[in-house]
Design a protein around this ligand. Structure first.
Ligand SMILES: [Zn+2]
Length: 497
């Protein structure tokens, strides 16, 4: 009997190993989404693009706070508009230009010859974040000088997001010069206040909606080709198919106040602390097995080391292990779930006074798998066992913004973008991804279900620290990649399917 059950166990183990290996070798073999043969782009000069990005950086289109730029402080934006017109004459001859009413947001229309084709909406933003006072000297090239040093253009906006804006205009100029006339209408929208969650792009999308415009897809910033990708250690392109939302809640503990010389054991401050710890220990559930994460891991599968690939290929067995490892890395955790970030704590106003009301402000970044109401329910449940604790909407009851919808990967738009991403650095696979910050692209959801976030450029993780940081820069080569990539996107979407 013992011998028989050992044989049985051995056979079961062999079968298990067989299943694990079968799943592993079959995991991530095929890319997510289709691919297309890309058309030849027109002649592009990376150097010219680099010089023009340097010039665009010199316009200090800095937004600091909601409502910027203030009336009378729009000079840098208007100068940028005039510079665009002077620098891209062929593009301006081919397209009509307008300002979205009551904003500095630019909308260009390149009318297509076939009105039955839905237009393309290609987006970038004109404004940039400020440079922290006192850090200007840490830059290799001045943040607003537009210097090109050793093959890199330095300055605020180089990657966020004037590189895209200039890349789009370079593509339009090259296409117009080559005699290209689109069948499908091409729209460029350049928001003026993205960095302060402004209303320019939102108003622009509303304007398009009022005209009955429903684009085939909208493309904005958000992802690029990363070398190396933290997922595989190898270069990999990411196409953002969704972005997170946010909501801020106040967790409030109330209790008797009084003098701190005779404190109770379970004061409001102590109970608030307990609530904060409970929220940290009870995170929102992971959405590891739902898109975008599931698709992203599958697309990365063929480039993963064997053990990692085996784990992802056999989620039924290793889900807990993978979740644990991803949760240990802040960016990994943010990819797979709604994050919980206690940011502001408040109690009494004086050291010897007990708090009658202690509050913790907690900022949540909402994963597309969750809604704001689910988060409120989660927080209420987790803190329900703690006496005198309630949950309120933060900032005087202002609701947040839900996560975006998840855009499909089974259409021509995604196939074209993934093909362009893979051509940016041949040999690097493209995968769908979740954008952790907010972009203007989310507004485009009002007029198209196909919203993507991708720039055809190649960055290292170190260069990514330039986003809103010191030494923001991009390579001269990237300006060639951006212009070529955007031109190929326009051409590939114009070609008959
Ligand atoms: Zn940006």
């Amino acid at each position: 009997m013992i011998r028989n059950s050992l044989i049985g166990l051995g056979l079961a183990l062999a079968a298990l190993v067989g299943v694990l290996l079968y799943n592993t070798f079959n995991y991530g073999g095929a890319p997510v989404g289709g691919r297309v043969t890309l058309p030849e782009p027109p002649a592009i000069s990376a150097e010219r693009g680099a010089e023009n990005l340097a010039a665009a950086i010199r316009f200090k289109t800095v937004t600091l706070a909601s409502g910027d730029p203030r009336p009378g402080q729009d000079g840098e934006w208007l100068a940028l508009h005039a510079w665009l017109e002077a620098t891209y004459p062929a593009a301006h001859a081919a397209m009509t230009k307008e300002l979205v009413p009551n904003t500095l947001t630019l909308l260009y229309t390149w009318p297509g010859s076939d009105p039955s084709l839905k237009p393309l909406l290609l987006m970038a933003h004109q404004d940039v974040v400020p440079v922290n006072i006192g850090t200007e000297g840490d830059w290799t090239g001045g943040p607003f000088d537009g210097e090109i040093i050793d093959g890199y253009i330095y300055g605020r906006g180089a990657i966020d997001d004037k590189g895209s804006l200039v890349g789009l205009m370079e593509a339009a100029e090259a296409l117009a010069t080559s005699g290209f006339q689109p069948k499908r209408t091409v729209l460029f929208m350049f928001g003026h206040d993205e960095e302060v969650s402004g209303s320019g792009a939102e108003a622009g999308v509303a304007l398009l909606k009022s005209r009955g415009v429903a684009p085939e897809f909208a493309l904005d910033e958000g992802f690029m080709v990363l070398n190396p990708s933290p997922l595989t250690g190898k270069p990999m392109g990411f196409i953002g198919i969704a972005e997170k939302g946010y909501v801020t809640l106040d967790v409030v503990a109330t209790g008797a106040g009084g003098h701190s010389s005779t404190p109770p054991r379970d004061s409001s401050a102590v109970r608030l602390a307990r609530a904060v710890v409970a929220l940290d220990e009870n995170q929102m559930p992971s959405a590891l097995d739902k898109p975008p994460a599931s698709d992203m891991f599958r697309a990365a599968g063929k480039d993963m080391p064997f053990a990692q690939r085996m784990a992802f290929a056999n989620l039924w067995l290793f889900k807990g292990v993978i979740e644990g490892q991803l949760a240990d890395v802040p960016a990994g955790n943010a990819m797979i779930r709604t994050t919980t970030a206690p940011t502001m704590l408040a109690g009494s106003a004086k050291e010897n006074v007990l708090a009658q009301r202690a509050t913790a402000t907690v900022n949540f970044r909402i994963h597309p798998a969750n809604t704001e109401d689910e988060i409120i329910a989660h927080v209420t449940k987790v803190t329900s066992g703690i006496e005198g604790v309630s949950v309120e909407l933060g900032k005087e009851g202002i609701r947040g913004k839900g996560a975006s919808a998840v855009s499909p990967t089974n259409n021509r738009a995604y196939a074209v973008l993934a093909s362009v991403a893979e051509a940016t650095l041949p040999g690097s696979p493209a995968a769908p991804g979740l954008v952790l910050g907010a972009t203007d692209g989310r507004y485009a959801e009002a007029i198209t279900p196909n919203v993507y976030r991708f720039q055809p450029s190649l960055l290292t993780p170190e260069e990514l620290t330039g986003f809103h940081g010191t030494n923001e820069r991009t390579s001269v080569e990237n300006m060639g990649r951006l212009a070529r990539g955007y031109a190929q996107i326009i051409l590939a979407m114009d070609a008959p399917e």
